[in-house]
Design a protein around this ligand. Sequence first.
Ligand SMILES: Nc1ncnc2c1ncn2[C@@H]1O[C@H](COP(=O)(O)OP(=O)(O)OP(=O)(O)O)[C@@H](O)[C@H]1O
Length: 340
Amino acid sequence: MALLEVEDLDVRFYTEGGVVHAVDGLSYTLDRGERLGVVGESGAGKTVAALAILDLLDDPGRIEGGSIRVDGEEVLGADPERLRRLRGGEVGMVFQDPETALDPVYTVGEQVAEAVRVHTDLDGAAADDRAVSLLDRVGIPDPATRATQYPHEFSGGMAQRAVVAIALAGDPDLLIADEPTTALDVTIQAQLLDLLDELAADDLAVQLISHDLGVVAEFCDRALVMYAGQAVESASVDDLFYRPQHPYTAGLLSAVPRIGDDRDRLRTIPGSTPDLAAPPPGCRFHPRCPYAEDACTKRDPPLVAVDGDDHRAACLAHVDDADFDGDLDFYVEVDGEADP
Ligand SMILES: Nc1ncnc2c1ncn2[C@@H]1O[C@H](COP(=O)(O)OP(=O)(O)OP(=O)(O)O)[C@@H](O)[C@H]1O
């Protein structure tokens, strides 16, 4: 049995501008100890889908359907005791910005110890000791002194390590990291990824949400590509990078800057993500797709196996025919102009 099984998840936001269908029929699984990268442009539904796993969506967001099982147990509609065990217990979460995750009025040690108390049997001095050892485990030097300091005394990288320590307090099986390095500078980003790498080597499964395909290629075993609330491709990292099947995946890859690329301007896929209150009919990517045919405007394509069960895509288009060599230049816009 997979550690995490998401099946046909449906999340909508009821806004004044209409019903935003943020996650639509999302299904995927994550095994114990596996590292899954979730990629896609801003607004694809990556964060909303992750919050749904812990039933953390607030008004006007609502989970309208589907199933989320952690270790075989359903999360949706679970009682408060089960949710307490889940959040920060079986599943730890790290967000982009450590400053919003830490409370400025408590010391870092108090915050880690509180998480220890909530999720374990430890109390009092034993919880404080565990907090110091967690700070040590995430690579914070002189953890006993650091534990007595307040978040503002921590650098961004150290604060994010403290957030990881809090996420580990309940000894989770799964860590969801939502753009955990985006707010950090490049060297610190690499150090934090090294830390996640070490933790994952200890059999912790990681769901890493990232805009950065390079980070996903380096860190993850498998990747799930999301577009406009749906999964469009799911594959091992190798298959995804060398044999992308969905034109959107190919577009994302061709937008990655490469060594030797002398263009310093931003390369993007032409067009923008659709308004999820009124998504285009058929395949949601068709208005931006160079391969779109009439049928794509009518039929919402399901994920189908590409070559074996582990590689699935919501399109069996012609990316292969284009002899993909990682440089689909015809696809990409540079500064809004067609790329020569
Ligand atoms: N509170 C909210 N009210 C209305 N719509 C929302 C709300 N939160 C998210 N959405 C919508 O849900 C969709 C998915 O958002 P989500 O944050 O999951 O995207 P994302 O892929 O994580 O993007 P990013 O990389 O920018 O975080 C977006 O269209 C967004 O506008």
